[in-house]
Design a protein around this ligand. Structure first.
Ligand SMILES: *[C@@H]1O[C@H](CO)[C@@H](O)[C@H](O)[C@H]1NC(C)=O
Ligand SMILES: *[C@@H]1O[C@H](CO)[C@@H](O)[C@H](O)[C@H]1NC(C)=O
Length: 305
């Protein structure tokens, strides 16, 4: 008898311990280890899910952005209030939302709309319910795909043609790569600037000089490693638009071009004017885009380029 009673006792204790464990376990927020990626202008969901599939009413949820010196109370949900959310920080005004019908299932995730660069950071989801409290940290990473890149011709630089590639609205700073017809990285010296605008996005300007005799197919590729996307602008410059293939050729052409005007005239000065005018004319022609055989601009997922 005693032994049977002991068995029953032990069984009850085990059951009791399991129930206690269950209650404690039920009210735990599932931690999220991976950062969440938000795309500028789009919406993102910051996950905060309780292990329990059903919770009683009256839950209080607070989302806070961890700052360097002080934290920002982003938004609050209070189960006692019909309003959703009850309080929003002004930098997040009209941009946060709790999934009302999901709350009683323990889904306290935050929907953040129209993501901006300054949203990037670590957020705390803190939850209190009756006598219970827990919090998790969710890391939000932000990225933006710039608009279509385009290669422009700046005009002549010595014997070559100056090319500039531009694109707006990237985050984080993208990588600019200039390629030849075979898709190999070009050997020319490249100068790239990333200018951060007030919205935190980067405008990219990259320049190089195309020398006569080099590969005339030029491609400027701007890569965002976070989104794994790229924009590419490809042009083919015709040989005939180079000032000349050698300095001697230039001199010869300029002289022949100018001879008629110079014959009975003042000599050197006129010759210089003449040279300059010829170059300007050609530069205008360059700027009108007559030098392209083809020009392709596109933005794509990197795998497809
Ligand atoms: C919570 O609900 C939203 C909306 O239905 C959903 O997108 C999200 O995946 C759900 N769960 C979590 C853990 O965020
Ligand atoms: C990219 O955006 C900038 C600034 O909004 C604009 O000036 C430019 O024309 C755009 N370029 C293209 C190719 O859409």
């Amino acid at each position: 008898m005693a032994s049977r009673f002991q068995h029953a006792m032990i069984l009850h204790i085990i059951l009791f311990l399991q129930i206690v464990h269950l209650i404690k376990g039920q009210l735990r927020i599932i931690p999220s280890y991976e950062p969440v990626l938000g795309v500028v202008g789009k919406e993102v969901v910051l996950p905060c899910q309780l292990e329990a599939k059903a919770i009683s009413e009256g839950v209080l949820v607070q989302w806070t952005l961890i700052g360097n010196s002080l934290n920002t109370e982003v938004t609050t949900y209070d189960g006692k209030n019909a309003q959703n959310p009850v309080k929003e920080n002004k930098a997040y005004l009209g941009r946060t939302n709790f999934f009302q019908s999901e709350i009683n299932k323990g889904n306290l995730s935050l929907q953040l709309k129209n993501v901006v660069v300054s949203d990037k950071g670590k957020y705390i989801c803190s939850v209190s319910l009756e006598n219970w409290y827990d919090e998790v940290v969710v890391d939000l990473d932000v990225a933006a795909q710039g608009n279509e890149s385009a290669v422009h011709l700046d005009g002549y630089v010595d014997q070559g043609i100056g090319l500039t590639c531009k694109s707006h609205g990237w985050f984080p700073q993208p990588e600019v790569i200039w390629l030849d017809s075979k898709g190999q990285i070009r050997k020319e010296k490249v100068v790239t600037q990333n200018l951060q605008t007030s919205s935190g996005l980067f405008d990219v300007v990259s320049s190089m000089t195309l020398e006569p005799g080099s590969d005339m197919e030029v491609s400027c590729r701007i890569v965002n490693d976070v989104l794994n996307t790229a924009c590419e602008s490809r042009i083919l410059v015709l040989d005939v638009f180079f000032p000349s293939t050698s300095p001697w050729m230039t001199a010869f052409l300029v002289i022949t071009f100018c001879t008629m005007a110079v014959i009975a005239a003042i000599g050197y000065k006129l010759k210089i004017n003449c040279t300059r005018r010829q170059k300007e004319e050609t530069t205008d022609e360059l700027k009108k885009g007559k030098y392209f055989l083809s020009s392709i601009n596109r933005c794509d997922h990197r795998e497809q380029i």
